[in-house]
Design a protein around this ligand. Structure first.
Ligand code: AMP
Length: 218
């Protein structure tokens, strides 16, 4: 099995989390989501969580050095040695450079392309499990009973940063700070653009094709 080191790029709410879960299961590698790790830290009132809270609530990015630190520790763990998927990291060019400096050689970057107006519509329907981090959507990916998490039974909630005005700020942050990564990875020859489709499985088919093409080149 080739050692897939994959990054999902795309605006918040483009469907990176859903695609990450599917790909993680198919290839038997872990998904590492800085957003999930940060929300967990906030919930547990850790030092990092306290430092991150104000940024996430207003839709801003947590400082690079904080996320670079947590990703470095996470990638050093044993379960990453056969490959991994990064969801929500890197989000700035310095974060991508930090991966290079750690000697992490990314071999596939899939950017899920979804128009801003569609993103706003999607985010308003997102529901999350504050306990295990699972993510649902009232229309596209409802939980079985629409109220509680399929994985752990917790009552689903709406993320504070999914409020419409915060979503607009997060989109601005995405375009200004994260989108330049397309050029960064395009130059390295590892970028694939995938048009987000109405149906999740149609996006998945395009995503898996992009990944298989990348694996063939490893
Ligand atoms: P996400 O669930 O990926 O949308 O992340 C939620 C929030 O966590 C973001 O709006 C940021 O405030 C913070 N965050 C997650 N990942 C990063 C990152 N790589 N760099 C900076 N902030 C991040």
């Amino acid at each position: 099995m080739k050692n897939l080191k994959l990054i999902f790029l795309g605006a918040p709410g483009a469907g990176k989390g859903t695609q990450s879960d599917i790909v993680a299961e198919k290839y038997g590698i872990p998904t590492i989501s800085t957003g999930v790790m940060i929300r967990e830290a906030i919930k547990n009132n850790t030092e990092m969580g306290l430092a991150a809270k104000a940024y996430t609530e207003k839709g801003a990015l947590v400082p690079d050095e904080v996320v670079i630190g947590i990703i470095g520790e996470r990638l050093a763990k044993d379960d990453c040695k056969n490959g991994f998927i990064l969801d929500g990291f890197p989000r700035t060019v310095p974060q991508a450079e930090a991966l290079d400096n750690m000697g992490v050689k990314i071999n596939c970057v899939v950017s899920i392309e979804v128009a801003d107006d569609k993103i706003v519509e999607r985010m308003s329907g997102r529901r999350v499990c504050a306990k295990c981090g699972a993510s649902y959507h009232v229309a596209y990916k409802p939980s079985q009973d629409g109220v509680t998490c399929d994985k752990c039974g917790e009552t689903l909630s709406i993320r504070k940063d999914d409020a419409p005005e915060v979503v607009l700020d997060r989109l601005t942050v995405y375009h200004n700070q994260t989108e330049p990564l397309k050029e960064f990875y395009g130059k390295k020859g590892v970028l694939s653009l995938v048009e987000g489709q109405e149906e999740v499985q149609d996006t998945t088919a395009l995503t898996l094709k992009a990944i298989e093409d990348a694996i063939a080149k490893i």
